[in-house]
Design a protein around this ligand. Structure first.
Ligand SMILES: Nc1ncnc2c1ncn2[C@@H]1O[C@H](COP(=O)(O)OP(=O)(O)OP(=O)(O)O)[C@@H](O)[C@H]1O
Length: 270
């Protein structure tokens, strides 16, 4: 349930991010209410991952404010930001597991590193988290290379859940998976929201996944393709509304049509 009267759990307000001469985010405002699942969609390179990294201060905005429960995070010292990051879980695009560590040690990592749990205590939590993502305890002793891509993604989610975060940030959770395994991940995202009441931000270019898991969808467009006064957020609304959106750039993305990209390719080929 989305509580409209509470401040946003996590928000970026009028955020601009520039690397050298390239502006990747331009005056972007997005907010996730407590318990809400927000999907951020858009074509490759439009700045989705940069937005996610900005929300957890892995990238500093050139302008604008990122806030957590209404409080700007820019002024937090290193100790406070470490405390805040413990309240967030990050599910990386490629699962980002340590190859040389067992699955158990990968999932236990935040518990041992941040909570100073001993191995035995941490492994009890690990077994619970693995069960929560539908993996048997028998995977604990395996190495990441011994698992399928879908299993590794689930281990990545189990690790993000280790600290019982209040906010989960997912970077392309279904990329590279077959449709069945993608749906398993979608179901896990929804189940995690329902069971734990977490706020979620899901970056994806998988429209099916966005429509299934999200309460609200925000679509970004690459700054390089925009006019000087055009907003970078082309759409902000529900999955039902995006299906009826009459902005050609939005409907082409929703339907997976190449549109003017084909014309550009033909022009480049002469
Ligand atoms: N640290 C960085 N330094 C310089 N440029 C960067 C940095 N991080 C990202 N970029 C650039 O920002 C742009 C947006 O990248 P980003 O990874 O956010 O795209 P995306 O929308 O997530 O794409 P994809 O769907 O392909 O993952 C790209 O042109 C990328 O090269």
């Amino acid at each position: 349930m989305v509580a409209a009267t509470q401040p946003a759990k996590i928000a970026a307000t009028n955020v601009t991010v520039t690397f050298g001469r390239q502006t990747v985010l331009r005056d972007v405002t997005v907010a996730a209410a407590p318990g809400e699942t927000l999907a951020v969609i858009g074509e490759s390179g439009c700045g989705k991952t940069v937005l996610l990294k900005t929300l957890i201060r892995l990238v500093q905005p050139t302008r604008g404010v990122v806030s957590f429960e209404g409080a700007p995070i820019a002024r937090l010292g290193e100790r406070k930001i470490t405390e805040l990051r413990r309240r967030l879980g990050f599910v990386f695009q490629n699962a980002a597991l340590f190859d040389s560590m067992s699955i158990a040690d990968n999932v236990a990592f935040p518990l041992r590193d941040q909570h100073r749990m001993d191995r035995e205590e941490a492994y009890e939590v690990v077994a619970e988290r693995l069960a929560e993502v539908g993996l048997p305890a028998s995977v604990m002793l395996k190495k990441p290379a011994e698992l399928s891509g879908g299993m590794r993604k689930r281990v990545g989610l189990a690790r993000a859940l280790a600290n019982s975060p209040e906010v989960l940030l997912y970077d392309e959770p279904t990329t590279g998976l077959d449709p069945i395994m993608s749906d398993v991940i979608n179901e896990l995202i929804m189940r995690t929201r329902d069971r734990r009441g977490v706020t979620s931000v899901v970056v994806t270019h998988d429209m099916h996944s966005a429509c299934k898991v999200a309460d609200r969808i925000v679509m970004l467009y690459p700054v390089s393709r925009l006019g000087a006064d055009e907003p970078q957020i082309l759409f902000d609304g529900t999955p039902d509304e995006i299906m009826r959106c009459d902005d050609r750039r939005v409907s082409q993305f929703v339907r997976g049509e190449a549109g003017e990209r084909l014309e550009e390719m033909r022009a480049a080929q002469g």
